[in-house]
Design a protein around this ligand. Structure first.
Ligand code: SF4
Ligand code: SF4
Length: 348
């Protein structure tokens, strides 16, 4: 497996501290029915890492100790985990928003025939990857046949009320094809809405525009093409200090399939644990007002992927989310203040 850590660990990135934990992001395992080129998880059909039932139990116990607003379920394809529906119900019964990070095609996997209706019934927010509204770009990233199945899945979700009902939110996720920063979120959202409506009658709520992280499969592709250093420079040169207060790790904790805690999904993939009193944090450390809140966050060079250009997080660009709350310690200095995008995604 490609190890990006030597490239990423030296950093000038500002130091950060966590605020109150509002979102628990749970990675149920690395099994997925797809093997996308940009995948920062290296997920695929042959991965066997899946969260044991005892850890699912611990996650539910942690939810009861915390005061979270959002339970964010991810993977791999989280729906393929046998405990997925139990976790969804646990969150919804406690009045928490539950997010399913869905690749859409999983709705047509064997054994998932009731999945779409289940998500609608439980009023789960679906955040679905659709890297472009054009077939060629989607299949370049995600594989042959994925575009058609994705469109079919979006129509099915629309038929169940998704995208047109405040209780059934449907958001799409865009990330660029290649080593470029994404285009402005608002403009691309307008184009997605126009094109998907005109071509297929599909509606959705918001488009989240994400920057590709130079780790795992995407990092390996960059390295193979000799583009890794240039991509790191692109992220660093487009750092905007205004994005720093809103980076998602300040109010999110990421849990891996074994119950270890990380400041975000990317740190999870890099093996950079969240720490409490100098040791790696575990689910038992998740307590409202506990030491993880206000703890220092493990940052490295990949963090510029969250602050470059318009910023990037699991819920898209940071512009509107950037709070005025101060960042820990001083170093929210600008490396290249307000420099803008070097290139936009060529084919979007
Ligand atoms: S990007 Fe998502 S859908 Fe694609 S392989 Fe990774 S986890 Fe699966
Ligand atoms: S990569 Fe993770 S730790 Fe770094 S700024 Fe982004 S969310 Fe925070």
């Amino acid at each position: 497996m490609f190890d990006a850590r030597p490239v990423l660990l030296s950093t000038e990135f500002p130091r950060l501290r966590r605020r109150r934990i509002a979102t628990l992001q749970v990675n149920l395992g690395y099994r997925c029915n797809l093997s996308c080129v940009h995948c920062h998880v290296n997920a695929g059909p042959h991965r066997t890492e899946m969260m044991p039932t005892a850890v699912v139990d611990e996650v539910i116990a942690a939810i009861d100790r915390l005061d979270i607003e959002t339970l964010d379920l991810t993977g791999g394809a989280p729906e393929l985990h046998p405990g997925f529906r139990r976790l969804v119900r646990a969150g919804r019964r406690r009045g928490i928003e539950v997010i399913d990070r869905c690749n859409l095609t999983v709705l047509f996997e064997e054994g998932q025939e009731t999945l779409a209706a289940f998500l609608a019934r439980e009023e789960v927010t679906v955040i679905a990857s659709l890297p472009c509204y054009l077939e060629e770009n989607v299949e370049q990233q995600r594989g042959k046949g994925v575009y058609g199945d994705s469109i079919r899945a979006l129509k099915l979700l629309n038929d169940l009320g998704y995208g047109q009902d405040a209780a059934r939110r449907l958001h799409l996720v865009f990330n660029p094809v290649g080593a470029v920063l994404p285009p402005p979120q608002a403009e691309l959202e307008a184009a997605y809405k126009r094109e998907l409506k005109a071509r297929f009658g599909i509606v959705f709520d918001q488009l989240f525009v994400l920057t590709n992280m130079p780790i795992n499969r995407f990092g390996a592709v960059l390295r193979a093409h000799g583009e890794l250093d240039a991509y790191m420079a692109l992220l660093r040169d487009n750092h905007s200090a205004e994005n720093v207060p809103g980076v998602m790790c300040r109010d999110t904790v990421s849990v891996d399939w074994q119950g270890n805690l990380y400041d975000c999904d990317f740190n999870q993939m890099l093996g950079l644990p969240a720490t409490v009193e100098g040791r790696p944090a575990r689910l038992a450390d998740l307590v409202r007002g506990g030491p993880l809140e206000k703890a220092c966050i493990a940052t490295a060079s990949h963090c510029f992927g969250c602050t470059a250009g318009q910023g990037s997080s699991c819920t898209g660009a940071l512009g509107e989310q950037t709070a005025s709350a101060p960042v820990h310690e001083s170093s929210a200095r600008t490396l290249n203040k307000r420099s803008r995008y070097s290139k936009f995604a060529a084919k979007s």
